[in-house]
Ligand binder design. Structure first.
Ligand SMILES: [Zn+2]
Length: 295
């Protein structure tokens, strides 16, 4: 049983919370922190979809904190990666995160590994949020919303996020690295984008927020029907559901623009049969990365 534990902040990644525990515990070895949290030093510091969270809860529940369900839903990538997934996949992922059952297949199940989209290499942050965090809590932390692959702007301040120098998946997989101000002060350069791209990025951010706030309550079947209906409404599919791939690809590319599609690692290749836009608008049983589902 632990003798203290920090307060979990709004929109904070569990990873960040555990990092703040490590800093305050004065544990020299990251493995000592792992033992404190999970009861074993061999656990990995996972930023997006951590597993065996019940073990941490058992060691900390006497501090009267939110339950494991709230941890998983509000402080990890769980809802983000499972919003467009089937019910059985959601359950498997949830069980792995809570109890560690079948944990090896989490990323495969959600289609993340199957996707060609690579994640951000470094934790990201918003300087305005950092100032507000410090004013409010006396410290800052890694926000869940700032790390999502489809989020490039801060949902609160609508400015481009900055990249820190802290790797999202560090070379030492057993270490939690927090968002201390000294780390945040130096940051990588951020690009500038056109007004059109920025407008889409803000839209994507807002849609991503709906995912992590559980406001998309759609079944797999409803999602498929909705795509079909919308494609027909827009004149991209006939009454039988056959999609005019050429026109769809052309219009899609025109609407979003190559700058945004490249930024999202989702360029349209109209000549390729394996282009993601063709795949997702055909009958399929695959899981797709949320970036693809959101557009
Ligand atoms: Zn912000």
């Amino acid at each position: 049983m632990l003798s203290f534990f920090p307060t979990l902040y709004e929109d904070e990644l569990l990873y960040s919370w555990f990092a703040r525990y490590h800093n305050r515990s004065c544990n020299i070895s990251p493995k000592a922190t792992m033992r404190d949290l999970f009861g074993t030093p061999s656990m990995l510091a996972v930023p997006d979809m951590p597993t065996h969270l019940n073990k941490v809860y058992d060691r900390t529940k006497h501090f009267d904190m939110p339950d494991v369900n709230k941890w998983i839903e509000k402080h990890t990538f769980y809802l983000y990666y499972t919003t467009f997934a089937k019910q059985d996949v959601k359950k498997k992922v949830y069980d792995a995160m809570r109890d560690g059952k079948g944990q090896g297949s989490i990323h495969m199940l959600t289609g993340v590994m199957a996707s060609k989209i690579t994640e951000f290499h470094y934790f990201r942050y918003c300087p305005c949020c950092v100032s507000e965090d410090i004013k409010r809590y006396g410290e800052t932390y890694w926000h869940l919303s700032h790390q999502l692959p489809s989020v490039f702007v801060c949902p609160k301040h609508e400015r481009l996020l900055l990249s820190s120098y802290v790797p999202f998946r560090g070379t030492n997989k057993h270490t939690y690295t927090g968002a201390s101000t000294s780390i945040l002060l130096s940051h990588k350069e951020t690009s500038e984008y056109t007004h059109k791209t920025m407008k889409h990025l803000v839209y994507l951010t807002n849609e991503s927020m709906k995912m992590i706030h559980n406001r998309y309550r759609l079944t797999w079947e409803v999602i498929q029907k909705a795509y079909k209906y919308l494609l027909q409404q827009m004149g991209f599919a006939n009454v039988n559901g056959k999609v005019d791939q050429h026109t769809l690809g052309e219009q899609f590319q025109h609407f979003y623009g190559d700058e945004l599609l490249t930024l999202l690692q989702s360029p349209i290749n109209r000549d390729s049969e394996s282009c993601w836009l063709k795949s997702i608008t055909r009958k399929h049983r695959k899981a797709f990365h949320p970036i693809v589902g959101l557009k």
